[in-house]
Ligand binder design. Structure first.
Ligand code: ADP
Length: 478
């Protein structure tokens, strides 16, 4: 395990960015492409040693009273808030998002730490009436054990915080493999765990070759569960790998979120919600709108207002306080966005906003297209960039059918002022979450997760901790 010490503020980043020697993988700032530092490329043996250490830590942590585990998680939340400015700076350096969004992400991560700190003390069991008088039946919940976590680069702090908060509250220990693009926020969390009094080995960051670490975690019988957030393709591979040791899984996979605006919607609110849900994190979130479906009679005005708002967003280095949209995370991400936009335009989409041809820069300005059709790449797959693609529909039923025309099922958004349609349409939408006249749906109090190929399991809310607990039933004969 890496020894990362908190020195005085300011030195933390310096320390983190010089964690390993020259042999490690290079991490760079997506805005400037400058090298930030190098991180360790752990060997399989080193990962296996960490799994054993995690198992030893589990034997102690599971017996630590729930109230103590909760107190330490609360302390961790407090430390994240205290060091928010420095952690936000670090997050923007490695991820590129605007510093204002980075601060928001830290608050969001801390809210999960607080939430699950409270949940730790509410892991209740049951007493079941027995079918005969010579028996008593009890159900209790026990931590599953050592948990593997594989996390993405779009929320380098929060995706880890919401997993580890639930796991540690339940009494599990965790080994986290952060995304190779954004490991520093993970190391920062590990360092803060120590300060919060969370013992060594309870939360450990492992870095190196993704497939090698993945294989070490998935093939180990000691690792009882995997929680993954990432692409559907990697999720499917991990499902296969989990078969060998029959692991419990929580999978948050890709989305292809539809945004349905019915003609009776409050247009101002709908456009404001749409702008947020499209351009946050430069469109690089699994709950970003990928397909705008607007009823014919309001489409022209909706697109006009949307373009007006999108045109005001400032693209630039995330460290600039005035930036709204930072760079895309990688060259690969930029190429994908370019490919999807060109494909749509070649198939007849109309360009309302944005350059007619995209350069090779990772700084992509808001792009608005209409005339989206089934055969376009952007209809079928998340673009993961600041591109808004519109399609119109005539009846509400047509809109619902279009919204559901995807294998993904993470989130849908619906704007309407009809109380009947609020229920009728949201019940017909095939997704784990529906934002009705609301696009700020992701908060600690709720069960976040999808259906269909967007995965299974829930993070957050009173359900989230169950992902890290096994039920044990006791039959007591008298
Ligand atoms: P993206 O393409 O958006 O980066 P991925 O699903 O590839 O999405 O990445 C999400 C996380 O999964 C990252 O931490 C990445 O390193 C990890 N990952 C990718 N491939 C594998 C693999 N074969 N085994 C384990 N983890 C993997």
């Amino acid at each position: 395990m890496l020894e990362v010490e908190f020195k005085q503020p300011g030195h933390f980043i310096q320390y983190l960015t010089s964690i390993s020697g020259s042999q490690g993988s290079v991490i760079s700032n997506p805005s400037t492409l400058q090298e930030l530092g190098r991180i360790p490329r752990m060997s399989r043996k080193e990962v296996e040693d960490e799994i054993l250490r995690s198992e030893r830590a589990f034997q102690i942590w599971r017996k630590t009273p729930a109230k103590d585990r909760g107190l330490r998680l609360h302390r961790l939340a407090g430390l994240v808030r205290e060091r928010r400015e420095e952690l936000a700076y670090l997050l923007t350096l490695e991820q590129g998002k605007s510093i204002r969004e980075a601060r928001g992400e830290l608050d969001y991560g801390a809210s999960y730490l607080d939430w699950f700190a409270g949940e730790a003390t509410r892991v209740y069991g049951d007493i079941i009436p027995a079918p005969s008088d010579n028996k008593r039946i009890f159900v209790k919940k026990e931590p599953v054990g050592v948990v593997g976590m594989i996390t993405p680069w779009n929320f380098p702090h929060a995706m880890i915080a919401r997993k580890m908060a639930a796991a540690l509250a339940a009494g599990c220990t965790a080994l986290c493999k952060p995304a190779p693009e954004t490991p520093y926020s993970a190391f920062a969390l590990q360092a803060l765990c120590r300060e919060a009094g969370i013992p060594e080995g309870v939360f450990t960051v492992v870095t190196g070759e993704a497939s090698e670490i993945g294989d070490a975690l998935m093939s180990s019988p000691t690792v009882k569960k995997l929680s993954f957030t990432g692409s559907t393709a990697t999720g499917k591979l991990l499902i296969q790998q989990s078969a060998a040791t029959v692991k419990k899984l929580t999978l948050e996979l890709g989305g292809n979120a539809p945004f349905l605006a019915l003609e009776d919607a409050d247009l101002n609110a709908a456009v404001e919600g749409a702008l947020f849900a499209k351009f946050r994190n430069s469109g690089q979130t699994c709950v970003s709108v990928n397909r705008f479906l607007v009823q014919e009679s309001i489409a022209e005005e909706f697109i006009r207002r949307f373009c007006e708002g999108a045109g005001e967003l400032k693209v630039g280095d995330g460290l600039d306080e005035t930036t709204d949209i930072g760079p895309l995370i990688s060259e690969r991400a930029m190429r994908k966005v370019k490919e999807f936009v060109e494909d749509a335009i070649n198939q007849g989409a109309r360009l309302h906003l944005g350059p007619t041809s995209l350069s090779d820069s990772r700084f992509i300005p808001p792009i608005v297209l209409s005339g989206l059709t089934d055969s376009m790449k952007i209809w079928n797959e998340e673009v993961f960039g600041p591109v808004a693609a519109f399609r119109t529909f005539s009846t509400v039923d047509d809109g619902i059918a279009l919204a559901n025309q995807t294998e993904a099922g993470l989130v849908s958004y619906l704007y309407t002022s009809s109380s009947v349609d609020i229920f009728r349409v949201s019940e017909a939408l095939e997704s784990g979450m529906v934002g009705v006249n609301d696009t700020r749906i992701s908060i600690a109090e709720v069960p976040f997760g999808g259906v269909k190929q967007s995965g299974f399991g829930r993070e957050g809310g009173r359900y989230g901790i169950d992902e890290y607990l096994n039920l044990k039933y006791l039959s007591v004969g008298l």
